[in-house]
Design a binder for this molecule. Sequence first.
Ligand SMILES: [Fe+2]
Length: 254
Amino acid sequence: MNHRSFFPLSHLPGFERRRPLQLKVIYDNRSMVEGLTSDWGFSCLVGDDLLFNTGEKAPLLFENMVKLGVQPSALTAVAISHADVYHAGGLFDLMEQSPSIRIYLHPKFPQGFIANVRKRWGDRLTLVDSFTELSPDVYVTGPYPTREQALVIRGKAGLIVLTGCAQPNAVDILENVQKHLAEPIDLVIGGLHLAGRVYQGMEEEAIKIIKGFRCLGVKRVGPCHCTGEEAISLFRKAYGDDFVEVGAGFMLQV
Ligand SMILES: [Fe+2]
């Protein structure tokens, strides 16, 4: 399987850097744009044709996507962080809607899930077992040292890391990213899995993550999805002007 076959312009001789990429959050627990529906889950479009996670409900994913000017059939690749229904629930319908789309899972997905995908779309499936460049300036981490993979984009101001739930610890994911790309981390966007931990040390865990991010030099944060409102408030307070509000409809040119 050719990992590098989208953004084909980037491979022309003499092409120095891929065109700027736009991030569009399609699916999130919160909506930032009137008309977009919020729902527990996360999905973000990278550039024109790479989707990171699908959210749970395909009809909602497609509806938000179309409202943001994206046709599901135009996608060429989808990478999924982990098999949680809030991140992978829309995958099978997406595969039906996007006839040539390739799928990037990893070996820590449940074997039954992988077998199901392989049976139907085996020729389009890649299992990512280590840090891999998907296209110029776009990487997927593979599931080590955690149970899920993150997406990494080299933006103009540094690396942007997209997480699904970032379990068990976002700092571990970022440390792994830095082993492969020793470059400044500009922004972390995604779920940090702190919602529901209110009575189980959420605040301590959030403070630990914030400290870890600071140690790694993470410049900006955009926690959303399963981070939960209480923990999001702690990040907002800690990061001040460098806190980025993220929800469905969020867009950023990187
Ligand atoms: Fe989560």
